[in-house]
Structure formats: C-alpha cells, structure tokens
Design a binder for this molecule. Structure first.
Ligand code: UDP
Length: 411
C-alpha cells in the first residue's frame, strides 16, 4: 500500500494511481538523484518537494541534493538565466570561473553518490557541469531545463551547450523551448500537488483571515500576483495595469513574493517595485517567508483575479496554482503561460499593461464570466497539470531511457 498516493484517489481516481504503481514496479530499487541549486523558493524546489517523496514511496531510492556556491556563482547563474531567456548579458570570465569551480567543489562532495546512481536528474544550468566531473558514472544522466530557452542569447547558450550536450537525454517544458541537442529530447510540463499546503482546500475562515492579517479591504476586489521579484515577472507592469484599472473602478493589488536563495537580483527589483508603488494604500507588497505556502494558498483563494504578467516564463506554477483554485488568470502571452491560459476560457493572454487592465476591468464587470472561466480553469489543471500526470511521464521516461532504441516496451 502506498499511503501518500492513496490520498490522491478521490481527486484523480483509482485507475490513475494503479497505473503509476504498475509503471513504477520495474523501476523499484533504482537509485535516483535529483540535483538543483536551492531547496526553497521558485518552481524547481516546489516540484522536487513532492516528486522526491512520491518516487520514494513507489519504491525508488531517491535523494535530492543541492549545490551551493558563493556570491560569484549565483551572480553568474543569474546571468545565465537572464541570457538564456533572451537578455544580452556579459558574464565576465571571473564569474565563469566561479561557476566551474563551484561545480568542481560540489562534485568532490557528491561524486560517489552521483557516479553510483542509476539515474541523475540535473535541474537547470547551475549544476550542469557535474556530468563532466563524474567520469566514472554508471547510470543515465538527464538534464531538466525549466526555463524558456526559445530565443537564448547565443553566446550564453553556446557556452552552456558544451556542458549539456553529453547528457543521455533532456527534458523541456514546451516544444518552443527546445534547442537542438544530440540526444533524445522529452517534453514534460510541470505540475502542482493538489494536496500540498500551497494548494489544498483550507479550513473555513482561513481565506477570510488574510484580509485582516495583511490589512486588506474585504469589500474591494483583490487582484494578486505571487512571484519572486524578478524583471521577467514584470511587477512594474502589474502596478501600471492596476493604476489603469483604478481610474475606472476601485480595486486593491497584492504583490506577494519572497526571494529564492539562488536569485541575487531580487532586492534590487523589490526596491524598484516599492518605488513604483509609492504611498498608494491599496498596493500591498508582501514579503513572505519561503515556507508561507498556506498564506499564499489563502491569498490566491481570496483574490478575485490572479495575474502573472510575465514577459518570459518557463512554465509559471503560480498560474497553475491560481487556476486550480478556480481563478481565471490574466497572464503574459509567453512560454508556459500559453499552455495554461487558454485565451477567453481559463483567463486572458496579454502583452501590455493596457491589455491586462482591459481584461481585469472586463472580469470585474462580468462576474458571471469570471465564475465560468474559473470552473474551466480548475478542470484544465485537473486534466493536465497535476502531479500524477507528471510522475507518470517521469517514470515512462526512465523506462524508455533504460531501453534505448526499443520500439515497443512491454510493462
Ligand atoms: N512562491 C512562493 N513564495 C513566493 C513567491 C513564489 O512560495 O514568495 C512559489 C509559487 O507559489 C510557485 C513557485 O514559488 O509555487 C514559483 O514558481 P514559478 O514556476 O511560478 O516561477 P519561478 O520562480 O520558478 O520562476
């Protein structure tokens, strides 16, 4: 019996859970290591938090390792992140050396475990050089790219490609992001855990309590964006949209965010956001601790509309989280948001603050539409973006990677 998984049967049904058990049976006992660069903050940590215990419960021996570095390393990898998502960045050779040295230092610690593992999943560019640093590896190594690589700044991608080309396979969130590489490429969209603190149903009163806790007005419509303070998430565009809406109808805005341990630019962006918000009492900038999952859950549920006005977005788990709570999302017309915001059905895709403002006003005025879209939003997530689908695809990929060149796999 697998106790954690059993909890999901009321949501997805018995057949889905049985299927997962069958898929996992031939993989039992395999040693799997996931490596990323932060244990909290951001979507990757969010996913690993459920993925690791799920795989463990299905009988795999899974561990999650985090590489750590100094300020130079994080500055470099933030530069990669910006460059891979299209900004023209200059990364000085000194920072590249810090990147490679940090990986070499972490490899000293992790090598025995990584070389022995049957599967190693390396998340994003931060730990990508580890493959080269483990020359006696036994297992399959898979690079999981969580970011929007559709139009990378070429210099940055050329440098990183050298590290990822040698992997046995790579996983991407969207076909648009895929870059040519000499190994099998898999598409797996991320997902959310409907039973996590972030997404589970809350007790009566918990949602209403956020109005008091954060000084919000229960009578005013609430629009919310939950995001790290990152320029790609366009918090300034959100404030602009809010101001445009406010000219016509009273409304309040929450920008909720915290930092991620591997994101050194957050403070600077937060300063810009505070400056833009000025002394408007209806803009609430909430700096939440990394474990404020239940608070974010309540805030999303308390919101009339959720926003994710990103200009680049690998996937946007915040979008999935809001849709699951029956909130239409007004999202930037980019990357993974396009997979989730089905224009006019589960929300609206927008490219400008004016566009966002127009759609906010529409939904505030047409509450019946807001309800209908909210129902479609939840059902889109139920069908496509829950952990069970994600886990099924991971297990299938592992099976396929163990049987390369096989046309037909009997399970
Ligand atoms: N998040 C959080 N606290 C914050 C900001 C974000 O817990 O202050 C969570 C958010 O709920 C989501 C994840 O971090 O689960 C962000 O994932 P997403 O894919 O939206 O963006 P990323 O930060 O990975 O670019």
């Amino acid at each position: 019996m697998t106790a954690i998984l059993d909890g999901y049967t009321p949501i997805v049904g018995d057949a889905v859970i049985d299927h997962l058990r069958q898929l996992a049976a031939p993989l039992k006992g395999l040693r799997v290591v996931h490596v990323n660069s932060t244990r909290e903050g951001g979507g990757v940590a969010e996913i690993l938090n459920w993925l690791v215990p799920f795989k463990q419960e299905l009988g795999l021996e899974v561990s999650w390792e985090v590489i750590t570095g100094d300020a130079g390393f994080y500055q470099c990898t933030k530069g990669f992140h910006n460059g891979l998502q299209g900004s023209s960045v200059t990364i000085p050779p000194m920072l590249l050396r810090a990147y490679e040295q940090t990986n070499a230092d972490n490899a000293e610690r992790l090598r025995p475990m990584l070389e022995e593992a049957d599967f190693v999943f390396i998340h994003d560019p931060q730990p990508a050089p580890l493959l080269r640093l483990c020359p006696n590896r036994k297992g399959k190594w898979i690079w999981r790219c969580h970011i929007d690589l559709s139009r990378p700044y070429r210099v940055v991608w050329k440098y990183l490609r050298e590290f990822v080309a040698g992997y046995d396979a790579s996983i991407w969130s969207l076909a648009d992001f895929v870059q040519p590489l000499p190994h099998p490429l898999y598409l797996i969209a991320p997902s959310i855990d409907p039973l996590s603190q972030k997404n589970r149903e809350l007790y009566p009163g918990e949602v209403e309590a956020v109005f008091d806790r954060y000084g919000l007005d229960p009578e005013l419509p609430l629009i919310t964006q939950v995001s790290r303070f990152d320029r790609f998430k366009d918090p300034l565009g959100v404030i602009e949209a809010y101001r445009l809406v406010k000219k016509f109808t009273p409304v309040q805005l929450v920008l909720a965010g915290g930092g991620a341990a591997d994101d050194p630019e957050g403070e600077e962006v937060l300063r810009e956001v505070r400056h833009a918000a000025g002394d408007d009492p209806n803009i609430h900038i909430l700096l939440l601790p990394a474990d404020a999952h239940r608070e974010i859950n309540a805030l999303q549920r308390a919101s009339t509309i959720c926003l994710q006005k990103s200009v680049k977005e690998g996937f946007g788990l915040t979008v999935t989280e809001a849709l699951w709570k029956g909130k239409p999302v007004i999202g930037g017309d980019t990357g993974g948001i396009r997979l989730q915001v089905v224009n006019h059905h589960t929300g609206f895709l927008v490219s400008t603050p004016e566009g966002a403002a127009l759609r906010i006003r529409y939904l505030l005025k047409h509450r019946d539409q807001l309800e209908i879209m909210g129902r479609k939003a939840r059902s889109l997530v139920l069908d496509n973006f829950l952990v069970t689908r994600h886990l099924r695809e991971y297990l299938t990929l592992m099976f396929a990677t163990m049987h390369p060149g096989t046309d037909r796999i009997e399970l």
